[in-house]
Design a protein around this ligand. Structure first.
Ligand code: NAD
Ligand code: UDP
Length: 309
């Protein structure tokens, strides 16, 4: 049994990770300031003897004797991370330093939830971990992209300078139950619009692509990475299936049997045109690959949103 700190544990990904850790018999401290997360996501765990929730900002120093740290605290959707961009940079940079300092004094292993956004608007396709990315440092997305890039830098500097045991996963677009209703991400937006019979809003012509990963596959990948030996990463964790936004819209309309019409709104500035995970490294080092097809994952996610609206 490990003592585990999960920052951002009341969010979409974090709450599923807490579920998995508790199920595996670990002791979990969930630290979250509830900026984009919700206590509802962890309500079912609150009474569990192995689970502790602490409402706190990750920018503040924190001490607990732990074996593993998963650092997920950070708003992840463009509407939320652009709401207060300076706070986003602070959360990324000061947040990872809180975690690294804790890892340094306790000897804990630290896994940083990085992102495919470190590749920016990629000029290499698909993206593997050797690609350094194409990020506009002064765009509206930069508070998130550069914040995450700096967090990776700090992980490697603490690793080289102080021997901290770090691991970095670069997560590609992930969806599933407990995505926040109003965070504007494409999968939740389209499902909610379809279920309510509202227009499906495609920004631009719908030709931009993403690879969409179901939450269970991500959690399995993160657990494999945390338990791996002699491997810092960074490693891509994503589903290599690539779909255009128009294809996704059509799938959601068809699967919900919705009468919604697809409408095109102006394209968003600095929106990456295409993204697909190259997961060869994860397969080789972690013996991991996703198992949930987009259709099956969407089915479960649609079911969830039917219950919550
Ligand atoms: P989320 O917004 O649901 O979860 C983030 C959590 O962090 C929330 O509970 C929020 O309240 C908390 N938080 C934010 N700022 C904080 C602070 N200063 N102190 C303490 N807690 C704070 O987002 P998510 O989709 O669950 O993402 C989790 C992590 O995974 C993020 O670091 C994100 O960058 C990364 N990630 C997610 C995706 C994805 O598609 N979901 C893709 C790439 C990377
Ligand atoms: N998108 C869209 N309509 C929406 C929400 C998003 O067309 O209602 C597009 C968005 O412009 C981007 C893609 O879907 O091209 C994925 O957006 P999301 O915010 O989910 O993820 P990210 O851009 O961070 O990969």
């Amino acid at each position: 049994m490990k003592k585990v700190l999960v920052t951002g544990g009341a969010g979409f990904v974090g709450s599923h990770l807490c579920d998995r850790l508790i199920r595996d018999g670990h002791e979990v401290i969930c630290l979250d300031n509830l900026f984009t997360g919700s206590q509802k996501n962890i309500q079912h765990l609150i009474e569990h003897p192995n689970f502790t929730f602490i409402k706190r900002d990750i920018q503040l120093p924190f001490f607990a004797k732990v074996d593993w740290i998963f650092n997920l605290a950070c708003p992840a959707s463009p509407v939320h991370y652009q709401h207060d961009p300076v706070a986003t940079v602070r959360t990324n940079v000061l947040g990872i330093m809180t975690c690294l300092d804790l890892a340094k004094v306790t000897g804990a292993r630290l896994l940083q939830a990085s992102t495919s956004e470190v590749y920016g608007d990629p000029e290499q396709h698909p993206q593997n971990e050797k690609y350094w990315g194409n990020v506009n440092p002064i765009s509206r997305r930069a508070c998130y992209d550069e914040g995450k890039r700096c967090a990776e830098t700090l992980c490697f500097d603490y690793h080289r300078e102080f021997g901290v045991d770090v691991k970095i996963v670069r997560i590609f677009n992930t969806y599933g139950p407990r995505m926040a209703m109003h965070d504007g991400r494409v999968v939740s937006n389209f499902i909610l619009q379809a279920l309510r019979g509202e227009d499906i809003t495609i920004y631009g012509d719908g030709s931009y692509t993403r690879s969409f990963q179901y939450i269970d596959d991500l959690i399995e990948g993160m657990m494999c990475m945390m338990q791996s030996e002699n491997f810092t990463g960074p490693v891509n964790i994503g589903n290599p299936g690539e779909f255009s936004i128009l294809e996704l819209a059509n799938m959601v309309v068809e699967m919900t049997g919705s009468s919604s019409k697809i409408t095109h709104l102006p394209a968003v500035a600095d929106d990456p045109k295409q993204r697909r995970a190259d997961i060869a490294l994860a397969k080789e080092k972690l013996d991991w690959e996703p198992t949930v097809q987009l259709h099956d994952g969407l089915f479960k996610t649609i079911d969830y949103f039917k219950q919550v609206i």
